[in-house]
Structures are given as C-alpha cells and as structure tokens.
Ligand binder design. Sequence first.
Ligand code: S3P
Length: 429
Amino acid sequence: MTLGGNVKLTGRKALVGEIRPPGDKSISHRSIILSMLASGRSEIFGISRGQDVLAGIEIARQLGADVTDHGSRISIEAHGLNEPSSVLNVGNSGTLMRLLTGVLAPRDGLFVLNGDESVNSRPMGRVLGPLKEMGATITGRQSNTLAPVSIVGSRLHGGDFSNLPPSAQVKSAILFAGLRADSPTTVTEAVPTRPHTEEMLLEAGAGITIVPGPNGVKVTVTPTAVIQSKTWRVQGDTSQAAFWVVGGLLAYGSELLVKDVLVHPTRSGFIEVLNRMGAKVELHPLGPRSSDISMRFSQLTATSIGGEEVASMIDEIPVLAIAAARAEGTTVIRNAAELRLKETDRISTTCEMLRNFGVVVEEFDDGMAITGSDRPFLPATIQSHGDHRIAMSAAIGSLLVDGETEIIGSDCVSTSYPSFFTKLGLLTV
Ligand code: S3P
C-alpha cells in the first residue's frame, strides 16, 4: 500500500478534453502471466504501468522470463518457469496474489508470495481451499487463511468447484492450476464474473470450454502442455474510465471523451446503473470489445443496486456512490459485502468519504443508503487509507465542492493510475 502524499484540489470545476485511461489492469496482469507461461516471445501493447502491474513484471523476471520494455510495448520471453531465489512480492495487488497462487501450485519448486499490509489482511482461504482439494501443498498465515503463502509445487488433480462468493480471482487461480492437473477442472459460476482468464487462455491455445448450463456457466480447463506466445493488445481500463465518466456527468460544463475503453458485459455494470439513473452516457464502439465513451451533464435520480449485478461493478461502487450523492432520492446498495474485502473495507471508507463531503449516508453490513442532493459538497479532508479507488473517487467528488478538498495519502493512485492527478489537472477548467 502506498501511503503518503497529499493533494489539495479546488472545486466547482468541469472536465474538458479527451482522455485515454491506462491499460486495463485485469487484462494487463493476465497478459503477463500468459506470456510467462508461454513458449516463445510474447508482445504486450498498451499495458498498465501502475505499481500493481510493475510488480507482476518483476515477478515474471524472478521466475526466469526476459522482459524488455520498448516504450509502447513490452516483450516477454519465458524459459520455463524457474524456482526464484527470493520471495515474490505482489505489493498491493490482490489479483496477483490470488492468480499466482494458482499458477505456481503445480510448478516445481518452492515459492513464497508476500504482499503489503493490505494484501496480507485479505482472505486467501477461498483460494487455498480449492487448490488444496486439488492436491496443492500450500501454507498460509493464520491457519491457511492469509498471506504470505508458501507453495511447494505438487502434482494436482482436476476437480469441480462452484465460484462462491463470485470471484474472478478465485476462478482464475483454479483455472491456472488446472492447466497442469492430471484431469479436467471445472468452475461453475451462477453469477458471471469477468471471464478474462478463460477467454485469454482460449486465445493462447489452452484447452478451455465455456458452456452455459442450468446452474450457470461451466468453465472447464483440460491439462495443456503448451501455451502459445502471442501479441496482446490491452484496451483502456474500464474501472479507471468510470472515474472520468462520473466526473463528466456530474461536473457542470464538462465536455469529455473517454477513449478506447475495454467494454465487457461483466465489467460495464456501472454504465447500466448510470443510464438507469438518467445519465446521458453514450458508447461509440471502436471494435467488439472497445468503445469511446461520451457523456453529458445529467440530472440523476436514485436507484437500487443489488443482487447479481453487483459483481459487474464491484470496483466502481466508490465512484458510483459519488454519483448517487448527486441523484434525487435515496440510492440503496445491497449484496455488496465483498467490498469489505478489497484494498480497504470499501463500505466503510466510501461512507467516511461521503460523510466528510457532507453527504447523508447510512452504512449497512452489505452496502449503504446514500441520500442525494444537488447542493455542492462541503470542503473536506479525505483520507485515502492507502486505497487508490477511494483517492480517485474523492478527486472526482472534489469537482463538486465549493472550496477546497484535501486528499491525504493521494500517492496510492500510483498502484493503478500513476498519472491520474496530472491528467486531472490537464482536464479541469
Ligand atoms: C479482479 C477481480 C475482482 C476485482 C479486482 C480485479 C480480477 O476481484 O475486484 O479489482 O482482475 O480478476 P474479485 O474477483 O475477488 O471480486
């Protein structure tokens, strides 16, 4: 977790111009992992340069891959996957911690995965449980519930698992482990989560089937000897685009185009919710998975968010909460208890942020109720608590303040979006 750094932002500003968010973090992580599993040389265009992804690149090097940075692209040439001589550090990235546990469980060697204070307090039992059922030898702190974890590569068996609570990270860990098991492995998910791992594995020639069924989608991986090297192109991060979309909608006078954003039904729930609230958000498709997004200042009305749709906007809820604070009526968010297990307890840190802006909010175990108003937000000091998405949500909130907002611990944006505050400065008028 990056602590430190404070910024002061002056409010009542609009966002004007064009912005391409950094490469999607979820896809960036997977493109590195698939490249380090592949035989031959892979190229990645548009990768995120956030600290989370840089941690993945460093780990690929520790595991024996040659990584060359050419500026607009990086190339990764793997030579098998070697036992590293030291601990692998995922930094603040829960995604890396979970995915790599699955990747390494069937590999020869001893691997120790460590994270920062935040990652090491997030649940790992949900990953270690199924992997141990497959025969993995993994030990985690506090009776196998927390990282650091140590893995002694073992022979794994296939299995059948339900993805509950719905988690793309857990699903991905099981699928990566299943690549080297001695029989097929299936993950069934009643609630769809981002399918980037299975879709990218399929593209790289792995044995993957994705079959809809009465209990949800069944994703099956068959043991695969060779992962093909590829050229990966990473589109703009959907979750980072969400900050600009909400800013462009709420800040009066904004004229913003968010460019080349990854649009996927399992990720774009926030756009559906905003449209339901009366937002004027338009997609301008560039290809099957990428769009420019334009938006116009909109008067929003409250909505209810809950059930299955929560998984499709899990990372966007802090900034959706800023939108809800400007909507007429009370927006109720339920079934979002997973938010308590993110980089921070995001139910608590989002409610704290809103209260500091003078917004009326009630906290529930699994969500919150936000009473909207068109009054300006109050000048505030907001603690990021080291959580990049809270810092960026607060920055979008600052556009609505009559006065100054100070964000304490603003440096944490570098985990996913190092240039965020520079870009904000360039777009605000
Ligand atoms: C991610 C999955 C989500 C999301 C995280 C990235 C991924 O977590 O919150 O930021 O890349 O697989 P869960 O799968 O645990 O919900």
